[in-house]
Design a protein around this ligand. Structure first.
Ligand SMILES: Cc1cc2nc3c(=O)[nH]c(=O)nc-3n(C[C@H](O)[C@H](O)[C@H](O)COP(=O)(O)OP(=O)(O)OC[C@H]3O[C@@H](n4cnc5c(N)ncnc54)[C@H](O)[C@@H]3O)c2cc1C
Length: 439
């Protein structure tokens, strides 16, 4: 008797539906999916590509600050996040040594509380909303290169995914929402406008927490930590320290070294962490100094960590990503060079203040008295940020009406054709034009 094995078919990844888009976005998490959402809601044809799967996790301690929650609320996404079981956080307690100051949140209708959704929840809610608005997503597909026209203007991306030949997709603008190691920033030679000088390491794991818990931020000489209630009845418990201390102390075992830091910060925090199963997985980030990069150039722009990174210690990265996504969407819909310049100027104004205060905390070069003062400065920056967001119109179809046609690619790109196969001609053009081309 012969046995025939059932044939298994591995599904091929989906391909883009068009050869040309108004915007192609590399990276589809909080910066990329938000930009896709806002542009698609304004009626633009958008493709976002991420090498990671839909709904996947990433390094994050989840704490959203006021500006992020206000953005999500303005975009109508606070409700689905709460419906996904994300707890509403109504108090923040700062522990400076043995002193504790609890601050109740009093934020008005757009800010009923703070939230700290797992990235498996937040990034998925953003992607789902963008899909609903008409954006296309390709997950499990990587952008390997950008290509340019003969003037060096970025014209699109080359997509690589397992089981398929590389594909080229053209776009009026290629957006790098591709995080710290941004390929778009590298291909376009985005200038680094400012580099931070300090970095901190963060080691975190999850443990059960009682319903109704607030944010807790702990500080003692040379170390910090936090308790951040997130989905599924869990809190993310973080130990933070200068990178050099991490390199010395964590080489010989992460779990005991983390517990030592948590115990030094607060026995209550250490006890909370010890409620986790013994084999709980720890996540760690050794630290990267902050930077601010040039935000745009001919045919390209950077949003989220690709354009501006600050240490996670002030939990402001997602707020920055959402704010800059809206600023970039507004500039794209306006289409004028002045709008891009105004967006970068506005981003830099906030980014520089956030980087100053974040580096001041992440340096660990403070006394317990100083760190409270730095937090008050950060709080004032966030208050101004929230106010300026509240004063803004959300980009819409009406904002897209005046978008100049001059901004669009020439008509030799036939949208009815499937995407062309790969060729490296344009990419080398982009690379040749790295030196200093601006819009
Ligand atoms: C340890 C840690 C803790 C943090 N905690 C907080 C916090 O509590 N609160 C907060 O607000 N912020 C926090 N942050 C910062 C926050 O996570 C980032 O600011 C935020 O994730 C930036 O979002 P992004 O979309 O710009 O980039 P990312 O989230 O990094 O997403 C970039 C995406 O681009 C994709 N990508 C990259 N290159 C390619 C390519 N060539 N082709 C296709 N896809 C590509 C990646 O797969 C990735 O999914 C933390 C960061 C770290 C490291």
């Amino acid at each position: 008797m012969t046995m025939t094995m059932p044939s298994t078919t591995i599904p091929l990844p989906p391909t883009p539906r068009r050869a040309h888009y108004d915007a192609v976005i590399v990276g589809a998490r909080c910066a990329g999916a938000s930009t896709a959402l806002l542009l698609a809601r304004a009626g633009l044809k958008v493709l976002a590509i991420d090498r990671r799967p839909y709904g996947s996790d990433t390094l994050s301690t989840h704490a959203l600050m006021r500006p992020a929650v206000v953005q999500l609320s303005r975009w109508g996404l606070l409700k689905p996040l709460l419906e996904a079981g994300t707890p509403l956080i109504e108090t923040t307690t700062f522990h400076y040594g043995d002193d504790a100051i609890t601050i109740p949140l009093d934020g008005g209708p757009n800010l009923p509380g703070l939230i700290a959704p797992r990235r498996t929840v937040l990034d998925r809610v953003l992607v789902d909303a963008a899909l609903k608005a008409g954006a296309e997503f390709l997950h499990d597909a990587a952008v390997g290169d950008l290509f340019a026209d003969t003037q060096g203007r970025a014209r699109g991306v080359e997509i690589r995914s397992a089981g398929r030949a590389a594909l080229r997709v053209s776009a009026d603008i290629a957006i790098g929402a591709d995080g710290i190691g941004s390929l778009v920033a590298k291909c376009c030679n985005a200038e680094v406008l400012r580099s931070g000088s300090v970095s901190a390491a963060h080691v975190y794991g999850y443990a059960p927490v009682e319903p109704g818990a607030g944010y807790h931020w702990y500080f003692r000489d040379g170390i910090a930590g936090s308790l951040i209630p997130t989905n599924d009845g869990q809190a993310c418990i973080v130990a933070s320290m200068p990178t050099r201390l991490f390199d010395q102390r964590f080489r010989l075992g992460h779990a005991p070294a983390r517990l030592e830091v948590l115990e030094a910060l607060s026995p209550t925090l250490a006890e909370q962490a010890s409620r986790a199963p013994k084999d709980v997985r720890l996540h760690m980030f050794r630290g990267v100094p902050g930077y601010v990069r040039q935000a745009y150039g001919p045919g390209w722009a950077l949003v989220g960590d690709a354009g501006f990174f600050r240490d996670p210690i002030t939990a402001h990265g997602i707020s920055d990503a959402l704010r800059d996504a809206e600023g970039l969407a507004r500039a794209i819909l306006d289409g004028s060079e002045g709008a891009f310049a105004a967006w970068q100027q506005e981003r830099d104004l906030v980014a520089n203040q956030i980087l100053d205060t974040t580096d001041a905390v992440a340096s660990f070069d403070w006394t317990l008295g100083d760190v409270g003062e730095i937090h008050r400065r950060l709080s004032a920056v966030m208050k101004a940020e929230v106010q300026s967001l509240a004063d803004r119109q959300i980009p819409s179809r009406a904002s897209a009406a005046g978008r100049p046609t001059a901004y669009r690619v020439p008509a030799n790109q036939d949208e009815r054709q499937p995407p062309a196969g790969s060729s490296r001609r344009g990419a080398s053009n982009l690379h040749r034009n790295r030196t200093g081309a601006r819009p």
